[in-house]
Write a protein that binds this ligand. Structure first.
Ligand SMILES: O=C(O)C(=O)C[C@]1(C(=O)O)C=C[C@@H](O)C=C1
Length: 362
């Protein structure tokens, strides 16, 4: 029996998935795929066939015709292929044309109806499916998609981290929010996790740094878009790499081991880790003390009839703590998230002491 393409994740790290954002013409698909395959550094070919675009009237993919081109690329290179599917018909056509890996895109993962349609279409097949994170930072939707496919009997599953939509300016096209991918790795340690730096970055100059960070987060693979002529690509031209640049990025990645075998290093690490454990203990105890003081303030506020939220005081704390954080080398972004989490917890403690009725206390 043919081995499953998911098995490759047990054999090689990182697995590289590459190919054009969109299949545009037969020549473009074949030229891109055969050139990147020649380097020997790409393990799986990809190409977008149906492109879910944010706005209408832009290139929405060539459709079924492109599957023939991808099939030819597979025959020419001997590499397995991957495409995005978003509905029953896509699944049917992709499997009919011998696509090896199907992936569920971010815009589909957000919709349980669509995910269920795909899961139903796959029932009884031996398909390999990878699931991209939903567009917004809802880890339960990502988990739910995995469960729906598993529930349909699909066991060869993988995850793809492509970052999360955000409002306003950022260096990234999609905010990586690494902590969500890390949480999925914690929940499903056996399922391969691939990073899609192309969609996180949106532009070429960040691709190397994000790819390296993914490897240092112990990801199993990278999906990097490539195009024989990126400047004339019909979609996402700023984030696609020429075959040469793809090779340069792969060559410059440092692949580090997830486990330690060296005895000295292991001792040194466990010493440093016990220091971290002690500091974490102190931090948690201090936070507990802070909440007790907040509760006392809550009692005063209840007696005097003052609201929990005190905007001016909170503003003062943010300013002072941000300054102290800066001196300690803590990023502004972290300080804001940290202070907001503390403030929220403090408000909840005060709400508890101020508004809990006698009945609820029992
Ligand atoms: O200073 C207060 O009034 C508090 O209740 C404490 C605290 C805080 O946790 O720092 C909590 C809520 C207010 O919005 C401002 C500050």
């Amino acid at each position: 029996m043919k081995t499953s393409p998911i098995a490759i994740f047990k054999e090689k790290r990182p697995v590289i998935i590459s190919g054009p954002c969109s299949a545009e013409t037969e020549e473009q698909v074949l030229e891109t795929c055969t050139t990147i395959a020649k380097s020997g550094k790409v393990d799986i070919l990809r190409a977008g066939i149906w492109k879910p675009r944010t706005r209408p009237n832009s290139f929405e993919g060539v459709g079924v015709e492109g599957l023939q081109w991808l099939k030819k690329a597979k025959e020419a290179t001997g590499l397995p292929t991957a495409v995005e599917v978003a509905n029953f018909n896509h699944v049917f056509e992709a499997l009919k044309h011998g696509v090896d890996i199907l992936w569920v895109g971010a815009r589909t993962t957000v919709n349980p109806f669509s995910v269920q349609e795909i899961a139903d279409a796959l029932k009884g097949t031996d398909a390999t499916v990878m699931i991209k994170n939903p567009v917004h930072a809802d880890i339960e939707l990502w988990t739910g998609a995995l469960e729906r496919l598993h529930g349909a009997g699909i066991t060869k599953l993988g995850l793809i981290h492509r970052g999360f939509a955000q409002y306003g300016n950022s260096v990234y096209r999609n905010d990586p929010k690494w902590q969500l991918a890390i949480e999925m790795k914690r929940r499903f340690p056996e399922i391969p996790m691939v990073c899609d730096p192309s969609h996180i970055c949106g532009k070429r100059d960040l691709l190397h740094a994000v790819s390296q960070q993914a490897l240092d987060m112990d990801f199993d693979g990278l999906m990097l878009e490539s195009h024989i002529d990126p400047s004339n690509a019909l979609s996402d031209k700023d984030q696609q790499l020429t075959p040469k640049d793809l090779e340069i990025i792969i060559d410059n990645l440092v692949v580090r081991r997830p486990n330690i075998s060296d005895e000295d290093l292991s001792q040194k690490l466990s010493m440093l880790r016990s220091q971290i454990d002690l500091i974490d203990d102190d931090l948690i105890k201090l936070l507990g003390e802070r909440m007790k003081v907040a509760e006392e303030i809550g009692l005063v506020k209840r007696e005097k009839g003052i609201t929990i939220l005190q905007t001016n005081r909170w503003e003062e704390i943010i300013e002072k703590a941000s300054e102290t954080g800066k001196l300690q080398g803590l990023s502004k972004n972290f300080m804001i998230r940290y202070l907001n989490a503390i403030h929220q917890e403090s408000i909840e403690h005060q709400n508890e002491v101020m508004n809990r009725t006698e009945l609820e206390k029992e």
